[in-house]
Design a protein around this ligand. Structure first.
Ligand code: B3K
Ligand code: ZN
Length: 879
C-alpha cells in the first residue's frame, strides 16, 4: 500500500451533496442502489471522477439516467466523462455481509446486520468519495425480511415505513445534517429496545433508545443513565445541546473497537454497553459511562465539526477524550474522587502512550504519513491528544477554554477542519494569553513525536532568601525525526517547607502557580524563601512529559504525606517505589524495599482521612511496562522478578494492616458503582490479593479458603472476580476449582467468559505455567479468533499485557505471537495489526529476547499476502 502524506492534501475534484441509498438486505448478497447529486469542485484542476470501492460487485453506473463509460483500477472506479454541470450519478452494486469477517463495512453478527464505516468502511458498502471532507445529506431506504429483521435503523429520523411483498418490509430514514461517509450507519435485526423520553434545558423533547439482543435488556439501564448524564453535562459545561429528535445506541457482539459515533445511531461493542451487578465490574461500569459519554460528545466534536483529512484525527479524538475525562471527573464529584480519575488516566497514558512514543510506531499527535489509517487510532492520537487539549485549558484557564470552544463552533459548525483551526480558535478567544503569544511553539505538540524529558533542579540562597528552579528540556529522537525544538510545557507547581506547609510564591500569598517552559533551559526565582523548600512540580500531571526533579527519598516522603495536590502525593509514592526497583535492576541486585517506604505505605493504608480508592492506587506498585519505559535495555524477566519481590515484601510486612483494611472496607447493602463503594471494593480486593499472596508464601491456608468462600458467595462481579483473581494470581490450589466453577456459572455470557480467558492469560508468570495455560486455552471449545473480544481476551492479554509470560528465553512466546497474528490477519486485519504491535519495542529488549523477537517479526513480514494493516506495523518495527 502506498504511503499517504499529510502535505499532499488536496480538495476533492467533486463534491457529493446528497445521497439517496436503498439497501435490499440479504446476508449473502445485499443489493445497494446509490443515487448521488454530484458537482464539480471548481477550486481544483479539472480531472476525472474517482470513486473508492473495495470488495464490491459493480452492476451499473448511470449519469443523469444514461449509461456512462468507466474503468476500474485497483480500488478505484474512474469516470473520465463526468459533466461540468451538476449531475445525478446512480450506482448499483452488491456486497456480501456474511463473508465480511474484517467487520469493516456492512457485516452480520448474531444474525443481524451492522455497519462500521470509520475510517474507510463505507467504500466496502458502495462506491463513493469516501473521505471526511465530502459531506452529504443522506436518505436511506432499508428493505429486508420482516420476521428475521423486524428492526430497521439508519441515521437521523424515521420518515416512512411499511410492508412489501414476500414477507419483506421497509423503513426510510432521513438525516438532516450533512455528514462525511464515515458517520453513516445501518442496523437491521431482531433487537429489543429500552426507551426514555427526555426534555432538555433548551425545552426540546427527545427520544433516547438503546437497542440490544433479546435477553440483554436488563443490562442497559446503566448505559441509558450514562447517556442522560452526558446530555445534561454537555449542555451545562459547554452549552452544547442534543440536536436530534431521536438518539439511538445499539450493541453488537462482534466489533473491532469500543464504539462508534455514527450520527444519531451510535454502535457499541456490547463490552462497552452492557452491565449488570452480577456480570460487570466497577471498572466495567466506569468504562461504559465514559464510552457512552465519549460517543455522545462526538456529536459536536467530530460530527458537527469534523476532520478535513485523517491526519487531523486528533482534532476530534483528542478533544473528545479530554471531554469524556472531564465528564468522568465531574461525575466523580469530590476532589479526591476527581484525583482518582486523573491518576487512572495518567497511569493509562504512561502504560500505553509513553511506550508507543519511544518505540517503532512513534508518531506525532498529527501524523505526517500513513499507509493504513486504521493503524493510527492510537494512544498518541487519543490520549496524548487529550493531554494537549488539557494544556490549552491550563494555559488559558477554564473560562478561557470555554470561550475558545464557543468560537470554534461559531467559526466551524458544519465544516471539515484541521487541528490548526482548533488552535487558532482557542488562541483568538484568548488574545494576549501565554498560549496566544506562543501559539507556533505550542503547536509543536502536534508535529513532534516523542515524550519530552524535563529536568528540574532547585537552589536555595540563604543570604538572598531566594530559591531558583532551573529547568532543562529535550525530546529524544524518534523514527524520521532526529532533531526537536523545545516544547511549551505548563508546569503547575507549589513549594512546601520541610514540614509540609505550603509556602507563599509571591507577594499576594498564592501557593500555586503555572510556570510556562518554552526554552531548552530556563530559570525561575522565588523571593522570601527562608529555607530549602521541597518543590511540588507538574501538579495534576500538567503536561505529558517525563519529569526528573532529582528529589531525595526524604523530600518525596514530605510530598507523599503533605502535598495539597493529591496527584503529586500519589506520584511521590510511585517514585519512591520506582527508584528502589530501578536501583535494584541497574545494580543487578535483589530488590529490598526500605523501611521508610514500608512505613510510609503502612501510613497510607491506615490513614484515617484518605479515601479507599486513593489508598488502592497509592498501594499499587508501578506497572511492568512503565518500569520498562525507564530503562535503556529491557529484561522483562528481571523486571517481573523485582515487582514480584516488592509485592511479596509489601504483602508480608503489612499483613495485619491488610487484614484490617479488608475487614474495614466491606460494603454493606445493595450494589452501586459509585466512587465511594467502588473504592472500598477496590481496596478490599487489593488487600485480599495481598493476603492470599502472603499466605501462599507462608503455607497458610486460611486466606485462600476465605477468598474461595468470598468468590462463591459474592453478590456482585467486582467482588467475585476480585476473589478469583486473588486465587489465580497467587497460584493457589483453589484457583483451579474456582475457575471451573466460574466457567460453569457464566458459560452463556460471552462478556464474562472473556474475563475468564483474560484473567488466566494475564496472571503473573511463574515457571512458564501461565504461558502454557494460555497456549492450551487456544484449543478451548469457547475460544475463537473470529470474535474480536475473545481474540483480545486471550491473545492480546498474553502478548501485550503479560510481558513476563510473553518474553521467554526459549522464544515460544514469539512463535505463538507470529502464528496468531498470521491466523488473525486472514480473518480480521485490524485486530491482527493491534496485536502485532506487541513487538513495537523489540529493539530495546535484552538478549536473548532481542534476536528472537526480531526473527519472529521478520517471519511475519516475509508473508507475501499480508494485509496493509499488519504490513505497516511489521515494516516499521524492522525499519
Ligand atoms: N471513532 C471511533 C473509532 C473508529 C476506529 C476505526 N478503526 C470510536 C471513537 O473514537 O469514538
Ligand atoms: Zn472517539
Amino acid at each position: 500500500a502506498p504511503l499517504i502524506q499529510r502535505l499532499d492534501y488536496q480538495q476533492p475534484a467533486f463534491w457529493i451533496r446528497k445521497v439517496d441509498l436503498t439497501f435490499d438486505l440479504d446476508p449473502t448478497k445485499t443489493l445497494v442502489t446509490s443515487r448521488m447529486q454530484v458537482e464539480r469542485n471548481r477550486a481544483v484542476p479539472h480531472g476525472p471522477l474517482r470513486l473508492h470501492g473495495e470488495e464490491l460487485n459493480l452492476l451499473r453506473v448511470l449519469i443523469d439516467g444514461s449509461p456512462v463509460s468507466f474503468r476500474q483500477e485497483g480500488h478505484e472506479l474512474i469516470i473520465e466523462g463526468a459533466p461540468d454541470a451538476d449531475f445525478a450519478l446512480e450506482i448499483r452494486n452488491t456486497c456480501c455481509p456474511e463473508k465480511n469477517t474484517a467487520l469493516s463495512g456492512l457485516y452480520t453478527s448474531g444474525g443481524s446486520f451492522f455497519t462500521q464505516c470509520e475510517a474507510e468502511g463505507f467504500r466496502r458498502i458502495t462506491y463513493f468519495l469516501d473521505r471526511p471532507d465530502v459531506m452529504a445529506v443522506y436518505t436511506v431506504t432499508l428493505r429486508a425480511d420482516a420476521t428475521k429483521y423486524p428492526v430497521l435503523l439508519a441515521n437521523g429520523n424515521l420518515t416512512g415505513s411499511g410492508t412489501l411483498e414476500n414477507g419483506r418490509h421497509f423503513a426510510v430514514w432521513s438525516d438532516p445534517f450533512p455528514k462525511p461517509s464515515y458517520l453513516f450507519a445501518v442496523v437491521a435485526g431482531d433487537l429489543v429496545t429500552r426507551e426514555q423520553r427526555i426534555r432538555t434545558r433548551a425545552g426540546k423533547d427527545h427520544l433516547l433508545q438503546v437497542y440490544v439482543r433479546r435477553g440483554d435488556l436488563e443490562k442497559t439501564e446503566h448505559a441509558m443513565n450514562s447517556l442522560i448524564a452526558s446530555i445534561v453535562w454537555d449542555e451545562a459545561r459547554f452549552q452544547l445541546p442534543l440536536d436530534l429528535e431521536r438518539f439511538m445506541v445499539v450493541g453488537v457482539s462482534d466489533f473491532n473497537m469500543g464504539a462508534m459515533e455514527n450520527k444519531g445511531l451510535n454502535i457499541f461493542n456490547t463490552s462497552a454497553l452492557l452491565a449488570s451487578p452480577a456480570t460487570a465490574t466497577d471498572a466495567d461500569f466506569n468504562r461504559i459511562e465514559s464510552i457512552v459519554a465519549h460517543e455522545y460528545f462526538h456529536n459536536w466534536t467530530g460530527n458537527r465539526v469534523t476532520c478535513r483529512d485523517w491526519f487531523q484525527l486528533s482534532l476530534k479524538e483528542g478533544l473528545t477524550v479530554f471531554r469524556d475525562q472531564e465528564f468522568s471527573m465531574d461525575m466523580a464529584g469530590t476532589p479526591s474522587a476527581r484525583a482518582v480519575c486523573r491518576i487512572q488516566d495518567v497511569r493509562q497514558l504512561r502504560a500505553m502512550q509513553f511506550p508507543e512514543d519511544s518505540g517503532a510506531m512513534a508518531h506525532p499527535v498529527r501524523p505526517d504519513s500513513y499507509s493504513e489509517i486504521n493503524n493510527f487510532y492510537t494512544a498518541t492520537v487519543y490520549e496524548k491528544g487529550a493531554e494537549v487539549v488539557r494544556m490549552y485549558q491550563t494555559l488559558v484557564g477554564r473560562k478561557g477554554f470555554e470561550a475558545g470552544m464557543k468560537l470554534y463552533f461559531e467559526r466551524h459548525d458544519g465544516q471539515a477542519v484541521t487541528c490548526d483551526d482548533f488552535a487558532q480558535a482557542i488562541a483568538d478567544a484568548n488574545p494576549g494569553s501565554t498560549l496566544a503569544t506562543r501559539l507556533d511553539a505550542f503547536k509543536r505538540w502536534y508535529s513532534q513525536a516523542g515524550t519530552p524529558r524535563v529536568s528540574a533542579r532547585g537552589e536555595h540562597d540563604a543570604s538572598a532568601r531566594t530559591y531558583t528552579l532551573r529547568f532543562t528540556q529535550h525530546t529524544p529522537a524518534t523514527p524520521g525525526q532526529t532533531t526537536k525544538q523545545p516544547q511549551v510545557v505548563p508546569v503547575v507547581m507549589g513549594l512546601l517547607d520541610r514540614h509540609g506547609a505550603a509556602l507563599a510564591l509571591n507577594a499576594l500569598g498564592a501557593t500555586e502557580q503555572v510556570l510556562v517552559l518554552d526554552q531548552a533551559e530556563q530559570s525561575f526565582v522565588f523571593e522570601n524563601i527562608d529555607a530549602e523548600p521541597v518543590p511540588s512540580l507538574l501538579r495534576g500531571f500538567s503536561a505529558p512529559v517525563v519529569l526528573d526533579d532529582g528529589l531525595s527519598d526524604a523530600a518525596l516522603l514530605v510530598l507523599m504525606r503533605h502535598d495539597s495536590d493529591p496527584f503529586n502525593r500519589w506520584e511521590a509514592g510511585q517514585r519512591l517505589a520506582l527508584n528502589r526497583i530501578l536501583h535494584a535492576l541497574r545494580a543487578g541486585q535483589p530488590l529490598q524495599l526500605s523501611n521508610a517506604f514500608i512505613e510510609a505505605m503502612r501510613g497510607v493504608l491506615n490513614h484515617a482521612d484518605l479515601d479507599p480508592a486513593f489508598k488502592e492506587l497509592a498501594l499499587t506498585l508501578p506497572g511492568e511496562s512503565y518500569i520498562a519505559e525507564q530503562l535503556d535495555i529491557v529484561d522483562p524477566q528481571a523486571i517481573h522478578a523485582a515487582v514480584m519481590a516488592a509485592q511479596a515484601q509489601l504483602a508480608s510486612a503489612l499483613r495485619d494492616d491488610w487484614a484490617a483494611a479488608f475487614e474495614a472496607n466491606q460494603v454493606q447493602g445493595g450494589y452501586a458503582p459509585d466512587p465511594v463503594s467502588s473504592g472500598k471494593r477496590a481496596l478490599a480486593n487489593l488487600a485480599l490479593s495481598m493476603l492470599v499472596l502472603d499466605a501462599q508464601a507462608s503455607g497458610d491456608t486460611v486466606w485462600p479458603g476465605k477468598a474461595y468462600q468470598r468468590f462463591k458467595d459474592a453478590s456482585n462481579m467486582t467482588d467475585r472476580l476480585g476473589a478469583l483473581a486473588a486465587l489465580v494470581n497467587a497460584g493457589a490450589e483453589l484457583a483451579a476449582p474456582a475457575l471451573e466453577r466460574f466457567h460453569a456459572l457464566f458459560k452463556d455470557d460471552a462478556l464474562v467468559i472473556d474475563k475468564w480467558f483474560s484473567l488466566q492469560a494475564r496472571a503473573p508468570e511463574a515457571e512458564g505455567r501461565v504461558f502454557a495455560r494460555a497456549k492450551a486455552l487456544t484449543q478451548h471449545a469457547d475460544f475463537t479468533l473470529k470474535n474480536p473480544n475473545r481474540a483480545r481476551s486471550l491473545i492480546a492479554s498474553l502478548c501485550m499485557f503479560n510481558p513476563a509470560a510473553f518474553h521467554r528465553a526459549d522464544a515460544a512466546g514469539y512463535v505463538f505471537w507470529a502464528d496468531q497474528v498470521l491466523a488473525l490477519d486472514a480473518i480480521n486485519p485490524q485486530v491482527a495489526s493491534r496485536i502485532a504491535r506487541s513487538m513495537d519495542r523489540w529493539s530495546m529488549l535484552a538478549e536473548p529476547y532481542r534476536t528472537a523477537a526480531r526473527e519472529a517479526v521478520a517471519r511475519v513480514a516475509a508473508k507475501p499476502d499480508l494485509s496493509s494493516d499488519v504490513r505497516e506495523i511489521v515494516e516499521r518495527a524492522l525499519a
